[in-house]
Design a protein around this ligand. Structure first.
Ligand code: SAM
Ligand code: SF4
Length: 492
């Protein structure tokens, strides 16, 4: 990757000269006063990638004459950036669409667009099912939004759900929404090639493709110059990030061993972003247990500003279930990766996971294996779900969704109970220790307290004194709850 690094160093210097979970809808907006006459309102559902995509959509729309508003009643265009991962996520969006009915009756010209995974899954069918929708746009078609909006203005309905093998929006500068000015997402890749049997993502987000590292480093540098102090590199499987400069296309198939010199892998990318500034924290999500390498772990250990926190979704602790899920690793492999994290980075590294309970044919014993894996790893926290069959997935085609809902839910409660215990145990271990904390907001409970996170992604609250948002501070932990550490500022 030598040539690429050289280019990146040049770019860094030039830039510095001009220095200066869970699925719920979140309204994100940037209320700028630009004098533009048309207004856009956007709401995002689902994963961080969707939130990041909404910033790309906003960039494209503001370039094309739209201002943003956080009041949907004042908007000319309403976008819902949607999620299809579980049935409940889609139900939430449909209910939200129903809320816009009254508005549409009063102001029929208000345009309603469904973006993202639900748009991709249902395509033009969505126009028939949800009459108030004017516009359906998949995740790879956002550049076409101005044209599609124009079509709706001309009285037609508009759909573009074409998936791309190349689109990474590398040249689009995201408009940061609901930003605290401290932390930002950077999308480093799109799509997924993994085909986990339960998952709709490969069908709604298309083939995996990596984004040019030069544009990623430039975005990180620009954010740092603007005062941001933390970036999170986003991808469905960041460990398979791969960029080969010499190829027209960067798909994995076209890369062979003799080209290793010209390849930027995820460990290389992490290092490049970490070098933007030691004052810029680097986080990433999501790691895939089958792909996370010791090289990545050593790179994390080498750079203090690469945060010691890994989201490593296990999904299940049983090897037969993992095989049916097509996760391509087994329980032993997963444990080996956790042991490698503890060995190379240490016990302080935060580890979180995703779990699905009641996947097709899962027995009580196999469910117990998930509980015992959780006991072994002692996760800091987890995102936990019961299995929701998604039409079109491999599991939907191959297996019967045969675990009764009440069993799925009971198993989920057991998983949650273990997680709650281990979150509290892990937090208790922090009492008496001092952490470097990036302060990112005023505490929700007490305006005289601030809140920030340590490297392991644990939230710590402490008295404000003369500290400010955006600063690093050293905080000694004095107490904890299951979800939060409580501490006080001390000298470094
Ligand atoms: N790429 C990430 C990975 O491989 O772990 C996960 C992405 S997915 C958006 C987030 C989580 O949703 C998954 O890890 C899984 O636990 C959960 N999920 C995906 N499909 C699901 C389904 N059909 N039912 C329940 N949970 C599901
Ligand atoms: Fe879905 Fe598996 Fe891809 Fe994650 S890695 S997005 S779970 S197919």
């Amino acid at each position: 990757m030598s040539e690429i690094i050289k280019e990146l160093n040049i770019l860094d210097q030039e830039e510095t000269v001009s220095q200066k979970d869970a699925t719920c809808g979140v309204k994100i907006s940037e209320n700028s006063q630009t004098g533009k006459t048309k207004k856009m309102y956007i709401e995002s559902y689902g994963c961080q990638m969707n939130f990041s995509d909404s910033e790309i959509v906003t960039s494209i729309m503001t370039e094309n004459g739209y201002d943003t508003t956080d009041d949907y009643k004042a908007a000319d265009v309403i976008f819902l950036n949607t999620c299809s991962i579980r049935e409940k996520a889609e139900d939430t969006v449909r209910k939200r669409l129903a809320n816009f009915n009254a508005l549409k009756k009063k102001r029929p010209d208000t345009m309603v667009g469904v973006l993202g995974c639900m748009a991709e899954r249902l395509k033009s069918k969505l126009l028939e099912e949800e009459k108030i929708v004017d516009l359906v746009v998949g995740p790879d078609a956002y550049r076409d939004l101005p044209g599609l909006v124009g079509k709706v203005e001309d009285g037609q309905k508009a759909v573009n759900t074409i998936l791309s093998k190349e689109e990474t929006y590398a040249d689009v500068t995201p408009v940061r929404l609901n930003s605290n000015g401290i932390s930002a997402f950077i999308s480093i890749m799109r799509g997924c090639d993994n085909m986990c049997s339960f998952c709709i993502v490969p069908f709604t987000r298309g083939r995996e493709r990596s984004r040019d590292p030069k544009s990623i480093v430039a975005e990180a540098q620009d954010l740092f110059n603007k005062g941001y102090r933390e970036v999170t590199l986003l991808g469905q499987n960041v460990d398979s990030y791969k960029w080969a400069e010499d190829f027209e296309s960067n798909t994995k198939k076209e890369i062979n061993k003799s080209d290793a010199e010209n390849i930027v892998n995820f460990a290389n990318l992490l290092e490049l972003v970490a070098k933007v500034s030691p004052e810029l924290r680097v986080r990433f999500s999501t790691s895939h247990p089958k792909d996370i390498t010791d090289e990545v772990l050593h790179t994390m250990a080498k750079h203090e500003n690469i945060c010691n926190y890994i989201h490593l979704p296990a999904q299940s602790g049983n090897s037969r279930v993992l095989e049916m899920m097509n996760r391509t690793y087994d329980r032993e492999w997963y444990i080996n990766r956790v042991d490698a994290i503890r060995r190379i980075i240490g016990d302080e590294c935060g580890i979180s996971s995703d779990f699905i309970t009641g996947f097709c044919t899962e027995t009580e014993e196999e469910h117990q294996d998930t509980l015992s894996l959780m006991e072994y790893v002692q996760y800091d926290y987890s995102y936990m779900f019961f299995y929701s069959e998604r039409p079109g997935t491999l599991a939907h085609k191959k297996y019967e969704d045969d675990i009764p809902l009440e069993v799925k839910k009971r198993r989920l409660e057991e998983v949650i109970a273990i997680q709650n215990r281990s979150s509290l145990e892990r937090n208790k271990k922090s009492i008496g220790k001092t952490y470097k904390v990036l302060i990112d907001k005023v505490s929700k409970r007490d305006e005289n307290q601030l809140s920030g996170r340590n490297s392991a992604n644990k939230v710590i609250v402490f008295d404000k004194k003369d500290l400010k948002i955006g600063q690093y501070a050293y905080i000694k932990v004095t107490d904890c709850t299951q979800g939060t550490l409580i501490g006080e500022a001390v000298d470094a």
